[in-house]
Design a protein around this ligand. Structure first.
Ligand SMILES: [Zn+2]
Length: 446
C-alpha cells in the first residue's frame, strides 16, 4: 500500500467515538458481568493487555477464567498467539494479539465525481481497492449498482464470501441515525435516499453511512502522518467543500449529523456568486472545485493551456487546471490562489472556534501542487488567534486520496468491534447473522 499506517497504541480506546459510546476503560468491571469474553478481546485489540497475566490484573478475573476465555477467543479466531513475551525473570508469558484477519469489511466512498471502494481487514488496512470516475448526478440507483459491481469484483478476487460490515461515505448531509441523505444540495434524486437500505437488500451485513468528510477525517486521524493530536480539523476542498471535527478523539456529529457542513455558509455579498444550491454567496460558490471549473470554462480563452484542453475534449477538468498551474499558467494559479485565500479565511475562523492541533486539507484542490496549501497555511496562521495557532500543524491529507475509503472501512470495523457491539456476537465468533441487532444497537448510541 502507498500509505504507511501508524500504530497508535491506545488510540483505538478512544475510537469509541464512532458509535458514541463511552470509552470502555472506566466500565471494565460492569462490562465483565455481562460479557467477559468481549472485554478480553477488546483489551487485547486496543493494546491495553497482551498477556494472560496482564488480562488477569486488569480485569480481576481468576487465572482459570482468563485462560478459559482466551482459549475461547483463540478458538474462534479473534485472538491469536504472538510468541513469547520478553523475559521478566520468571516464566515467560505467551503474547496475545488481535487477529485483524478474522473478518473483512467493505469501505465505500461516493463523491461528487468519483467512486472508490475497498476491502479492508478489521484494523482498517486496505487489501484491495477499485476506483471509477462517476458523477452522482446519475442518481442513487445507478450509482449504487456501480458500487455493487466494484465490491463484488473485489470480493471475488479476495475470496470474501460475506463482509462483516460495510461503511459508506456520501457527499451530502446524512442523518446518522437513519442513514438517510437530507436535502443534499448537489445530488439530484438522492434526497431521502438510504444507501443502507439499498445495500441491505444485497448484503446481509450491518451498514453505517456517514458524510464523506467525516469518513475522510476518520481515516486521516487513524493512519495519517504528522504529529499525534486528538484534536483535528479536516477540510475537504474538492468539487464541494466540507469539514469534519475530531475533538478529544471523538468525531463531532452534532444533534443529527450536520456538524462541520460548511459548504453553504454565507461568505460574500457578491450577487454574482451563485451557488449550485440555488443561493448566492455560499463558500462553495467561491471556493469549491465546482466554482473553479465554472470560472475556468468561462475564462479559458485567457489561457493557452486551458483553451487547448477545451479544444481537445470540449471541457476542462480539475486535473487540467492543476497541471496548468503546476506549469506556471497564470490564470490557473490565480484562480486556485483566490480559492485558497477564501478557504484560509474560513479555516482561520474554524481554527479559532475549535482549536485543533492539526488542520488537514484534503480533496482535489491539493492535486494542483503545493501553492494552494501554502496560501491556506499563511492565511490561517496570520488570521487565527495566537493561542489557537500555537503548535498548530497545517498539512495536506497524507494517504494518497485513500483516507475516505479507509475511514469508511474503519467506521464499519469500529462499529462491529466496540465492546457493546462485540458483546452481541462474540460468543458466536462471527457477526454474520447479527446484522439487524448490530444495526439497531449501533444507532441506539447516537
Ligand atoms: Zn450553496
Amino acid at each position: 500500500m502507498a500509505y504507511a499506517p501508524q500504530e497508535r497504541i491506545g488510540a483505538d480506546v478512544s475510537r469509541a467515538w464512532i458509535v458514541g459510546s463511552q470509552p470502555p476503560a472506566s466500565g471494565i468491571a460492569s462490562s465483565l458481568d455481562a460479557a467477559p469474553l468481549a472485554v478480553i478481546v477488546d483489551l487485547v485489540r486496543t493494546g491495553r493487555a497482551d498477556t494472560r497475566p496482564r488480562l488477569g490484573s486488569i480485569t480481576g478475573l481468576s487465572r482459570k477464567v482468563v485462560t478459559q476465555r482466551v482459549d475461547q477467543a483463540c478458538g474462534s479466531g479473534l485472538l491469536r498467539d504472538a510468541g513469547l513475551a520478553p523475559s521478566e525473570g520468571g516464566r515467560q508469558a505467551r503474547l496475545l494479539e488481535f487477529n485483524a484477519d478474522a473478518g473483512r469489511v467493505f469501505g465505500v466512498l461516493i463523491e461528487a465525481s468519483e467512486i472508490t471502494v475497498g476491502i479492508a481487514d478489521l484494523r482498517g488496512h486496505l487489501l484491495a481497492t477499485a476506483h471509477e470516475d462517476w458523477t452522482v448526478d446519475s442518481g442513487p440507483e445507478a450509482t449504487m449498482e456501480r458500487v455493487k459491481v466494484h465490491l463484488d469484483v473485489l470480493a471475488a478476487r479476495e475470496g470474501v464470501e460475506r463482509p462483516w460490515g460495510i461503511g459508506v461515505g456520501v457527499p451530502g448531509p446524512v442523518d446518522y441515525s437513519s442513514s438517510r441523505l437530507v436535502s443534499p444540495p448537489i445530488m439530484p434524486g438522492w434526497d431521502g435516499f438510504s444507501a443502507r437500505s439499498w445495500l441491505r437488500e444485497h448484503y446481509d451485513a450491518p451498514i453505517w453511512v456517514d458524510n464523506d468528510v467525516n469518513v475522510m477525517a476518520i481515516g486521516e486521524w487513524s493512519f495519517g502522518t504528522g504529529s499525534r493530536s486528538d484534536d483535528m480539523l479536516f477540510i475537504k476542498a474538492g468539487t464541494g467543500v466540507g469539514s469534519a471535527i475530531i475533538s478529544r478523539g471523538r468525531l463531532l456529529r452534532g444533534q443529527r449529523g450536520a456538524a462541520g457542513d460548511i459548504g453553504h455558509m454565507h461568505v460574500t455579498e457578491d450577487p454574482l456568486a451563485t451557488c449550485r444550491c440555488g443561493q448566492t454567496g455560499c463558500l462553495e460558490a467561491v471556493a469549491s472545485g465546482w466554482s473553479l471549473l465554472m470560472e475556468a470554462t468561462r475564462r479559458a480563452d485567457a489561457s493557452a493551456m486551458l483553451s487547448a484542453a477545451m479544444t481537445d475534449r470540449g471541457r476542462i477538468t480539475l486535473g487540467d487546471i492543476g497541471r496548468a498551474a503546476h506549469e506556471g499558467d497564470p490564470l490557473s494559479l490565480e484562480m486556485l490562489l483566490t480559492r485558497a485565500q477564501v478557504l484560509g479565511e474560513v479555516a482561520a475562523s474554524l481554527v479559532n472556534f475549535v482549536n485543533p492541533g492539526q488542520l488537514v486539507i484534503g480533496g482535489g484542490v491539493l492535486r494542483a501542487g503545493t501553492d494552494p496549501l501554502d496560501r491556506i497555511r499563511d492565511v490561517v496562521l496570520h488570521r487565527s488567534t495566537r493561542l489557537a495557532s500555537e503548535g498548530l500543524t497545517v498539512r495536506a491529507a497524507s494517504l494518497d486520496q485513500m483516507e475516505g475509503v479507509i475511514g469508511a472501512a474503519l467506521l464499519a470495523a469500529e462499529n462491529l468491534l466496540a465492546p457493546p457491539a462485540l458483546a452481541l456476537w462474540v460468543e458466536d465468533a462471527t457477526p454474520l447473522g447479527h446484522a439487524s441487532a448490530l444495526q439497531r444497537h449501533a444507532t441506539a448510541f447516537v
